[in-house]
Write a protein that binds this ligand. Structure first.
Ligand code: NDP
Length: 251
């Protein structure tokens, strides 16, 4: 299933949570993976040592990147392309939340979520598109959210960034389909990572009551969907959003 042998794939925010699972699953399926961290180099180093013990070889590496800074993204793209000239896939996974009800939301909190999640994905995608266009191959996977599909009180900035990413992805899918490049999204529901750990017990119960499968998902469950979209098994899919949400939203 979802063989990724020989594929070179770049993942943002691989140091923990969903990104870390994506990196592990891709490497287990035979891909060589470059991934980024923002502040936690220790987690990135720990993950790399796990990867190096796999059969997929010693080509994996990580770099520091701040998605909110254009220079940082440009420099990472350049460095990745020196090793992955014929890059096969990109996963725009890294993302942040800065929640608050709108009347209390600071302009800088709105801006930083849009800048990191939406503009950051734009910069990464733009950076890797040129070599993909030249090679006439590529699969880009953008991690959005169920919140971008339904909206959520207290997350107007985050919801806008994720809905924006979905619309962005469909537009790029149309621009590059004729060159055999596919662009798809995965919209996770409620996944057990640090991003969701801080929620109160009450909020957790409220969310659980809205999930038909009656449980929170593990990050691997998103990673398998990413592996599928990066593999040739999904080669007739573009401009789509795969929902991995336990039935929380049926769009
Ligand atoms: P985590 O908060 O657990 O991890 C976030 C990752 O992004 C880390 O690797 C972090 O690096 C990196 N990161 C943080 N800020 C920046 C930045 N400014 N520039 C570059 N990288 C950065 O998140 P999750 O794993 O939970 O989420 C991953 C993606 O999935 C996000 O896009 C999120 O919106 C989406 N998602 C998550 C859901 C969930 O329930 N968890 C549900 C729906 C969508 P470092 O470790 O160095 O800090």
């Amino acid at each position: 299933m979802s063989d990724l042998k020989g594929k070179k794939i770049f993942v943002t925010g691989g140091s923990r949570g969903i990104g870390s699972s994506i990196v592990k699953i891709l490497a287990k399926k035979g891909a060589t993976v470059a991934f980024t961290y923002s502040s936690r180099e220790d987690s990135a180093a720990q993950l790399l040592s796990e990867l190096l013990s796999l059969d997929s070889g010693a080509g994996h590496f990580y770099l520091q990147m701040d998605l909110a800074k254009e220079e940082s993204v440009k420099s990472v793209v350049e460095q990745v392309l020196t090793k992955f000239i014929d890059i096969d896939g990109v996963v725009n996974n890294a993302g942040i939340t800065k929640d608050g009800l709108l009347l209390r939301m600071k302009t800088e909190d709105f801006d930083s979520v849009i800048q990191t999640n939406l503009r950051g994905g734009f910069l990464v995608t733009k950076g890797f598109l040129k070599p993909m266009l030249k090679a006439r191959k590529g699969s880009i996977v953008n991690i959005t959210s169920v919140i971008g599909q339904t909206g959520n009180a207290g997350q107007a900035n985050y919801a806008a960034s994720k809905a924006g990413t979905e619309a962005f992805s469909k537009s790029i899918a149309l621009e590059v389909a004729s060159r055999n490049i596919r662009v798809n999204c995965i919209a996770p529901g409620f996944i057990a990572t640090e991003m969701t750990q801080t929620l109160s017990e009450d909020v957790r119960k409220q969310i659980l009551s809205k999930i038909p499968l009656e449980r929170i998902a593990e990050p691997e469950e998103v990673a398998y969907a990413a592996a599928f979209l990066l593999s040739d098994e999904s080669k007739y899919m573009t401009g789509q959003t795969l929902s991995v949400n336990g039935g929380m939203y049926m769009g």
